[in-house]
Design a protein around this ligand. Sequence first.
Ligand SMILES: [Cu+2]
Length: 571
Amino acid sequence: MASHGLLFAFIAFLLLSILSSFASAETRNYTLRITSDAISADCYPYKAPTPSTIFINGQFPGPPLYAVPGDTVIVRVENELPEGQDITIHFHGIRQYGTPFSDGTPFVAQNPIAAGKSYVQVFHVLDQIGTYFYHAHVGLKSLTAYGPLILYDQYNPPFDYEYHQDKILMLGQWYHAARGDQEDALFSATNFTFPGDPDSYLINGRGIYSSKYASASGCKGYDVTEVEPGKTYRFRLIGTMDVDVMGFAIKDHTLTIIEVDGNYIEPVETDFVEVAPGQRYSVLFKADQKPGNYYIRADPRWLTATEYNGFGIIHYRGASEAPTHIVPHTSQLATYPPLVVNWIQDKFRPLKQEKGYRPPVADVPSHADQTIILKITTQDVNGTAPKLAINNISYQFANNSILLDLYSGKRSRHPDYQKAMNNNGFDSSRGTYLARKSEVIDIVVQSTVLSPVGCDYHPWHTHGHFHWMVAHGNGTYNHTEHADLFNVRHPFPRDTSIVYPTEFPSDVSYTNVTLPFGQGCGWAKLRVLFDNPGVWNIHCHITPHMLMGMQVVMEVGVDHLPPFILKDYLH
Ligand SMILES: [Cu+2]
């Protein structure tokens, strides 16, 4: 039942045709029916027991959702998982401006949807465009509960970025272990165990574990993207992984990056893209080589092993050879460049207003009203094995949705902002960080050497808001020295940024780092305009890190909450 790349492309084409015939905004109703099954996505004969793989409307990965600016989107989530399996669905990158209750964060925006129950989420697209996705936000369900969310715009294709068609390429990862066992190990009080790196890397839900299994019965083989010779395509790369930072390259082809997390940038040519969990890129691909089959290489980065299995196929229509689903030889693969902290991000610059295009996000604010430092640490919680933490506090889920408690009056809507500001933004009695409405805050994420993961990369995601990385550095952030440092050449807005590890031995075996635990090993400063009243998670998008406590909750302008319109839809 794994979806086929061609089917995606076909649906995308159909919907694009339909959407382009709609000039005005409308209401789009979607239903996401959540079920589970036992499948093998990578041709390996073992299938972890139900409910390891989550299906959405009978598909893995879930079906694409589409909308255009001005639309109101109504999504009904129906949880048909087995008893005891809660879920929520988060629309990653959607600002949820005026609808914080639809953000899908458990015990923050809403309470988890119990098995057999359903919930409705409503949001307005406003002026957002580009490539997004939806995913589960409870436990490790996002390992397989995800699907694309594409916001087309009236300037599609925009400006000079002409392309024939767009194609969705979701980068994913696949474990042979049962999700339930992985969650039990992760939440174990005495000895929590990180799920580790996956057995297989998938493109659009497909992959091959190793050559031995390429001809296994029922093996669907690699994802195939069909292209017409001479035409240009927009590939929408979606980082639906939960752990690894991925590379992406296509043998013998150059790519042009035009979109970063829903924001257009001036075109940047590259033959390699680095995609973290939660990030998206649109790249233009020109089918300008001899008709044939070319391998996509989508292997992880920042790991020490050298052999991985993340491959897909670009097939030129009319090529004499059909795509063969055999594991490629190294000579058939694009080579990856050496690891570089912050990759080529200094080449990115936001596309300015031109030819009718109006950027959905204003320029980076020139100064911040305050700075909040989020230092990655560990904490012993009730004598358990140390959990991950921020400023020595490992995030604990509330018993009831914080936002719903604000609406019902159980929680005060008038926090003491000044008191929090004197305490690094943190209100210890509320257990949250605070921002006044429309306040500009610099969030400094400070990486440290951790046991047992060493100095790791951490892709930080800001719910409800974009951010601009305005500075980054090695070692430890020093506010006296770095308060006015502005060393990103052209800050560009996005919703998920990698805080790179900067201190590791030259062979990049950073997980075996010999530096003392707790030492600063890289930081990034994310500037956020908190203009969206609500309660928002800010967290590392490595899902096990987040679940182990690398997460904070920000109450933003809760004295200006929008009306709770969801009550009109919930019945
Ligand atoms: Cu992390």
